[in-house]
Write a protein that binds this ligand. Structure first.
Ligand code: ARG
Length: 393
């Protein structure tokens, strides 16, 4: 039964199509919708729009529903349409009319934004920490084998001397920067959408948007009410953009590893657990983990494109299209979390073999030209020509 059902019989196929994947997707929003609903109910009470007994029943009922959901005692059913419907109907079934009073002065349109923002604030903390853990694993690699010489490449041609420390710390610094980029998404999440209701406020009701802001820990009230629905998809896109950059950094690191682990290069070997075998060639140990790390940036980019495209040409106000944002958003987040969970161990699985690294004879040429220019005070261009001539001989 939907919340908006005013008596007509529903069409099961239409409900299936409009609810789409929400029953599964919204599971992660349950604790956040519970929190936001309790904040809303407390505000209604403070505004004398909800009695004390009703508020107590709502708080207890929602708290219990949240706890029961967390331990797997119930799930959002396909006929419940989404998390908001599921909670409200289950609450009303449990506590009676008080459950139906909680929807005064709100709409699922502002509810979904409140739940998403609270959820995404938590996600940002976890993803940023995950990126920093990867950076720390690279630092540990630099501490362990940093002195091993590596060729530094430009155009994949040997360019200047580098080292495991320089190589690993370059990626570590970028991953720390990705963590900061993720945290910056918080700015877009830090506004209280509650009280904007369907997108045009709550005429006839005296709601206190500041009270729910305070209780839910948002930095500001999102104003004017018409901005709220215009913002849906923007924090999502920014987060997915930062995820795409993060996954791309790990993917480029992995691309180096795949190259360095070939028989031709042989700079690095991988712990056996991080390789897979071949069904036909008994000698093979393949770097599948690193190839998948590399490949995942395509998936992350697609999530971002999907989110951007969904909102690009919508007129203002709420549209059901917006519901489709949750699939690429959660796909991108889950991809990032799974990747970040494994990456530190994939980094720890590397062993460099200094005896296999061959530096090209010319790799110190730029250094020699620098020294010549500095010691003789001649223009760098002249020093460059002298060293080039020496190399030819
Ligand atoms: N599941 C919906 C979404 O994610 C909730 C809002 C539904 N609002 C509506 N007016 N049909 O967008």
């Amino acid at each position: 039964m939907t919340l908006w059902n005013a008596g007509e019989p529903g069409d099961a196929a239409v409900l299936r199509f409009t609810a789409a994947a929400d029953a599964a997707l919204d599971a992660r929003l349950v604790p956040y919708d519970v929190r936001a609903s309790i904040a809303h109910a407390r505000m209604l009470h403070a505004q004398r729009l909800l009695g004390a007994a009703d508020l107590a029943a709502i708080e207890a009922g929602l708290g219990a529903l949240g706890a029961e959901h967390a331990r797997g005692a119930w799930q959002i059913g396909p006929e419940e349409e989404d998390v908001h419907t599921a909670l409200e109907q289950r609450l009303t079934a449990r506590i009676g009319a008080a459950g139906a009073r909680v929807h005064l002065g709100r709409s699922r349109n502002d509810q979904v934004l409140a739940a998403l923002r609270l959820y995404l604030k938590d996600v940002l903390v976890r993803l940023a920490q995950g990126a920093r853990d990867c950076a720390a694993a690279l630092e540990a690699l630099a501490a362990r084998q940093g002195s091993v010489a590596l060729p530094g490449y430009t155009h994949l041609q040997q360019a200047m001397p580098s080292s495991v420390a320089l190589w690993a710390r370059g990626f570590a610094a970028e991953l720390d920067d990705d963590a900061a980029g993720l945290e910056a998404v918080g700015r877009r999440l830090d506004k209280n959408p509650l009280g904007s209701a369907a997108g045009y406020g709550t005429p006839g009701l005296d709601l206190d948007r500041e009270a729910t802001r305070r209780e839910l820990g948002f930095a500001a009230v999102h104003e004017p009410v018409t901005a709220v629905q215009l913002s849906r998809g923007k924090a999502e896109a920014q987060l997915l953009f930062e995820v795409a950059l993060l996954i791309q950094d790990l993917g480029r690191w992995a691309a180096d590893v795949v190259l360095f682990a070939t028989q031709e290069f042989g700079f690095v070997s991988l712990a056996a657990a991080f390789t897979t075998g071949s069904s036909i060639m008994p000698q093979k140990r393949n770097p599948d983990v690193y190839e998948l790390l590399r490949g995942q940036s395509a998936v992350a980019q697609a999530c971002l494109l999907e989110a951007l495209a969904l909102t690009a040409k919508l007129t203002s106000g709420y549209h059901r299209d917006l519901q489709l944002l949750k699939a690429p958003l959660f796909r991108g987040i889950d991809l990032a979390q799974a990747t970040l969970a494994l990456a530190p161990r994939a980094i720890g699985a590397l062993t460099f073999h200094p005896e296999r690294v061959r530096l090209d004879a010319g790799i110190h040429a730029a250094e020699a030209a620098n020294r010549l220019a500095a010691s003789e005070g001649i223009p760098f261009r002249d020093a460059y020509r002298r060293i080039a001539a020496q190399l030819k001989r």
